[in-house]
Design a protein around this ligand. Structure first.
Ligand SMILES: Cc1cc2nc3c(=O)[nH]c(=O)nc-3n(C[C@H](O)[C@H](O)[C@H](O)COP(=O)(O)OP(=O)(O)OC[C@H]3O[C@@H](n4cnc5c(N)ncnc54)[C@H](O)[C@@H]3O)c2cc1C
Length: 196
């Protein structure tokens, strides 16, 4: 797994020349490209039939039917041309592309999957990458019980206390902003424990 900073060395190294070169090119950043070329979970093909048979071979079964998948992709592709697309992902990308920064750096122009370009499939391994917590605390990281009374001597900090993303940064958990909240709530807990 690659973290956001590892995926984007041009940005994290503030290498302006590399940013221009990599972001204006149609290829992904070098570390992401390496996943495609060397990753054992990647399947590439020139057509859907070959892609699906590669996916089945990788998974070691015949669960995927290329005609069934073709129907689903064709329905999705119909939405690409539509100015009021009903596909929420396409609508979201089109919206993001009104902002110049997102247009050049974060998004690719939506296109039809079955437009003759090379197709890529990635085998997913589902894991829980992060949580937004569950333990309720006050701003001194002291833990509440279910009756909303403080439990004496019990502190919780970081992701388990909802401070990864969701806590300090509001409802949405924005990528790359977890560590700040985790460290901040750890600091509050340490100060609270010290003051006890
Ligand atoms: C792949 C990945 C990339 C990420 N990239 C970023 C990023 O770029 N920027 C960013 O801000 N955030 C990022 N995050 C999120 C960030 O790393 C986490 O939110 C943060 O590390 C959580 O810190 P924490 O101390 O709350 O929990 P953790 O770091 O999960 O620490 C919990 C610790 O408790 C230990 N533990 C669990 N159970 C027990 C037990 N029973 N007894 C003793 N110890 C136990 C665990 O071993 C672990 O060491 C990323 C997360 C992942 C998984």
């Amino acid at each position: 797994m690659l973290s956001g900073s590892e995926q984007n060395p041009d940005l994290t190294d503030k290498d302006y020349r590399r940013i221009l070169k990599e972001r204006l090119s149609s290829a992904a950043t070098a570390p992401v490209e390496k996943f495609r070329t060397d990753g054992e979970d990647f399947v590439e093909a020139d057509n859907l039939k070959d892609l699906v048979s590669g996916m089945n071979a990788l998974a070691g079964n015949e669960l995927l039917d290329d005609e069934e998948i073709r129907k689903q992709i064709e329905l999705r592709d119909l939405q690409v041309d539509h100015p009021f697309s009903k596909d929420p992902q396409i609508t979201f990308i089109n919206g993001a592309r009104h902002f110049l920064g997102d247009k050049f750096i974060r998004t690719a122009k939506p296109h039809k999957f079955l437009d003759g370009r090379k197709l890529i499939a990635v085998k997913l391994h589902i894991i829980s990458r992060k949580t937004l917590g569950g333990i309720q605390t006050n701003l001194n990281s002291q833990v509440f019980n279910q009756d909303e009374e403080l439990i004496k001597g019990l502190y919780a900090a970081g992701e388990v206390a909802g401070f990864g993303g969701g806590g300090v940064h509001g409802y949405g958990a924005l990528e790359g902003t977890f560590l700040g909240g985790c460290i901040f709530s750890g600091l509050r807990a340490a100060r609270g424990i010290d003051a006890e």
